[in-house]
Design a protein around this ligand. Sequence first.
Ligand SMILES: [Zn+2]
Ligand SMILES: [Zn+2]
Length: 297
Amino acid sequence: MDWNGTVPAWVKPVVLVTVLVVLWLWESARPFFEKPHGRWRHAARSLCLALLNTVLLALAFGVATVGVAAWTESHRTGLLHVWSLPGGVRLVLAVLLLDGWLYLWHRANHVIPLLWRFHRMHHADREMDVTTALRFHTGELVLSAIVRLTLIPLLGVTSAELLVHETLVVAATAFHHANISVGSLDRWLALGIVTPFLHKVHHSREPVETNSNYATVFSWWDRLGGTLRQCEDCQSLRLGLDEFDDSRWETLAGLLSIPAAQRPASVLEFQREQPVGDLAKLDSPQKKPLAAEKIDG
Ligand SMILES: [Zn+2]
Ligand SMILES: [Zn+2]
């Protein structure tokens, strides 16, 4: 197995746009949840956030990421440089390591209060569709980019390997956020990858479900971490966060101000009562209402 170690820069944007368009058309033709009102406005907000994040992240971290990856390669530092591996084997290992890191990072986003403040903007979406894959707070992406800068030399990954993983991530993220169903195929696909049903469980407003299914591309991280949770009746899942149901949060300014809102912690409160590792062992979802108060102001 060999690979020449390069990926054209156009691959990631072309894959992203293609997958977004195909899944948007799929959702239009056969939505899993009833087609929401204001679907275009919802999509426009997500696209604005994506544009803002792309520009800011490119300005703040574009050069640094390429520089750190080039330094890592020229100095042959990090785990993947310990052995002399064929390019293809290195690529597979790099993708696995980066995906495993994303699983841990996502779990941290649900456990560490500061990270949850930013990440809950993604979870506040009551009408999840393919464009929710673009709906992340700039603060969350900045923190993630900072940590990733230290991870590149530790793992010893190249910029081409990063780009392959990022391309997989954008395709997988669009797929599992889409308002679609692949029917009984979902259970089979879920043996290997994160499916629309698995990720819908993660977006449920029931804390026991929110705190499960953290993986991005490969679902086995959740199996290994004891956080995998299937839905028996996926149609009954209620998406979003109780604290952010008010429509004033669903504007660009409202979304960006979510980290500053008080009481970030309905999910975190639950975490203290119920260790994450025990979630998958529960027999049935807890359907009790959340104890969190509505946010004032
Ligand atoms: Zn999450
Ligand atoms: Zn999500």
